[in-house]
Design a protein around this ligand. Structure first.
Ligand code: HXC
Length: 516
């Protein structure tokens, strides 16, 4: 009987805690269009697999009348469960409890599941919806955030970390997502900024709304902080599951694979028609990628930020690959500061998590300009070179059209560590484009010629025949093979299959010094 009473007390306490800030607050929360912390977790985890931890943790703050204040669950729901059958840890902030603010015990709960993710080698998902550090707890709340940041760093490169911005994420709190591998932001619901509109008004005099400052457009188009945007909370959770499906649980495992799609491994003639006849005409690299990867299934990352380079995950023959590709339809696919940062970070992620990289090259060079030089294109472009050079996962490069100058090297040439380099017959591998090259080489002759235009054209033609082909590079072994575009899928899959057992040893060091 006594036992029965204890058990019913437990269930009563649980039910009360499950309500977070209470029914009224949940109704108010739903009215803003947002899902609750528990509804979000229910969408992430396989049914009935979520096991909660720390439900009864309680703050010990006595400041500002806090002694008797109850904050059920301390404003966060934490635990573990299965996502498509694989163990995953999560923390989901509960805005209905003190605005999801993070106190000492809130942080302890989050840190606890992060420690477990590190121990067992499983992904960690952090759903942010919070007013930030719990003001009443002062330095204890700051210390709590410090403990989360420190663990974000410990987990980095060991297990995948994904952040979802499903509500406010202001001040220093924004640095936890920034320390994770991928950020998914929910339209209209999620906002991220270090200082809010009122502080900005006071300090710089600028007038800006919180949506303009930290909404999805700001972070997906301009700052590059966010990797994916979602129309609503449900879409964010499904996107998170899709992203996880490409990733291994930790850095000692291979990514999960799907059964190979039944595909004819003979020549695929439609691939011959992907490039326009005119070598100067732009085209959409996404068409090339989707025609080559399994089921045209490509999860593009940072779609709107630096769109002159395309990055994302796909599968070939059932296995995850990371794709890096120039986008000739935006700024001719040139490499600039933002595209270099974007690609370099992705290359390093793939390397950390054993994901082979397939690089599609059509690049006219690095972006010229005073802005780019003052902004440090040398430093940022060097990240691409460093990232590829430091990467030991299998790397297959396909040169489709232009591969000029330093950008040829920065797009994973043989010298920068590509294991296999293929070129289409349309490839132009040269120090620079023919017109630019002849203007420099024959500037005097052209100036003095009876018909400068005719001489320029003649020299350009000569240069094109000699250098703007794949055969000069293939003749020196910088390209392993010149392939018919129809053979591309077969060539990549065969190379990746052979490279599956690749082992590459490097000198021991604490870490390299990538230019930041
Ligand atoms: C304690 C907080 C809180 C906080 C919100 N609440 N933020 N309690 N500490 N940081 C409480 C509110 O008092 C309120 O309690 C409830 O949460 C809901 O908040 P509202 O203001 O009513 O909601 P809303 O109008 O939707 O506005 C949400 C908000 C706003 C934009 C997040 O609350 C806000 O600006 N909060 C403060 C944000 C902030 O400056 N945080 C510190 C950032 S610095 P009741 O009881 O009324 O329901 C930081 C440092 C991190 O985080 C350090 C890392 C290094």
């Amino acid at each position: 009987m006594n036992n029965k009473k204890q058990i019913s007390t437990l269930h009563k306490k649980r039910s009360e805690a499950y309500l977070g800030g209470g029914k009224e607050k949940i109704v108010k929360h739903h009215k803003t269009g947002k899902l609750t912390a528990r509804e979000r977790l229910a969408l992430l985890f396989d049914p009935d697999t979520f096991q909660e931890q720390g439900l009864f943790m309680r703050h010990r703050c006595t400041n500002f009348g806090m002694t008797d204040k109850e904050f059920p669950g301390e404003g966060v729901v934490t635990g573990m469960g299965s996502v498509d059958g694989r163990l995953t840890y999560a923390a989901s902030q509960d805005f209905t409890v003190a605005g999801g603010s993070v106190g000492e015990m809130t942080a302890k709960k989050i840190a606890n599941v992060m420690d477990q993710a590190l121990k067992t080698g499983d992904p960690f998902v952090f759903i942010n919806d919070s007013g930030g550090a719990r003001i009443q707890e002062g330095v204890d709340a700051l210390s709590g955030y410090g403990n989360i940041f420190y663990r974000n760093v410990l987990l980095s490169g060991v297990v995948p970390q994904i952040s979802i911005i499903a509500g406010p994420c202001a001040g220093g709190a924004a640095y936890s997502p920034a320390l994770t591998d991928f950020i998914i932001q929910v339209e209209h619901e999620g906002q991220m900024f270090i200082t809010g509109p009122s502080v900005i008004k006071q300090v710089t005099g600028e007038d800006v709304s919180s949506e303009e400052l930290g909404g999805v457009e700001s972070h997906s188009h301009y700052s590059g902080v966010v990797h994916f945007t979602a129309k609503n909370g449900k879409e964010a959770m499904l996107l998170c599951k899709r992203l996880l499906s490409f990733l291994p649980s930790n850095n000692t495992e291979e990514p999960p694979s799907l059964p190979p799609v039944s595909q004819m491994m003979g020549p695929e003639e439609h691939l011959r028609n992907l490039l326009p006849e005119d070598p100067k005409e732009p085209y959409d690299i996404l068409d090339v990628i989707r025609n080559i990867v399994d089921k045209a299934d490509f999860l593009e990352i940072q779609e709107h930020f630096a769109p002159n380079i395309v990055i994302g995950f796909a599968r070939m023959s059932g296995h995850t690959i990371g794709v890096v590709a120039n986008q000739p339809s935006v700024k001719a696919g040139v490499l600039d500061i933002d595209s270099s940062d974007k690609a370099a970070r992705f290359i390093r992620f793939c390397n950390a998590f054993n994901i082979p990289i397939v690089t599609f090259v059509d690049v006219p060079g690095f972006m010229p300009g005073v802005d780019q030089e003052y902004g440090g294109i040398i430093r940022h472009g060097a990240k691409m070179l460093f990232a590829y050079g430091a990467t030991t996962v299998p790397k297959v490069t396909v040169i489709l059209r232009k591969a000029y100058g330093g950008a040829y090297l920065a797009m994973c040439s043989k010298e920068m560590g590509a294991d296999m380099v293929y070129a289409w017959p349309s490839a132009e591998i040269a120090v620079m484009g023919a017109e630019g090259a002849t203007s420099i080489l024959y500037s005097k002759e052209i100036k003095e010629a009876f018909d400068p235009k005719e001489l320029q054209e003649e020299k350009t033609k000569e240069y094109k025949i000699a250098f703007t082909t794949p055969y000069a590079a293939a003749g020196r072994g910088y390209v392993d093979d010149v392939i018919d575009p129809a053979e591309t899928k077969m060539a990549i899959v065969t190379a990746l299959e052979a490279l599956r057992t690749k082992r590459e040893m490097r000198p021991q060091k604490k870490h390299g010094l990538i230019p930041l």
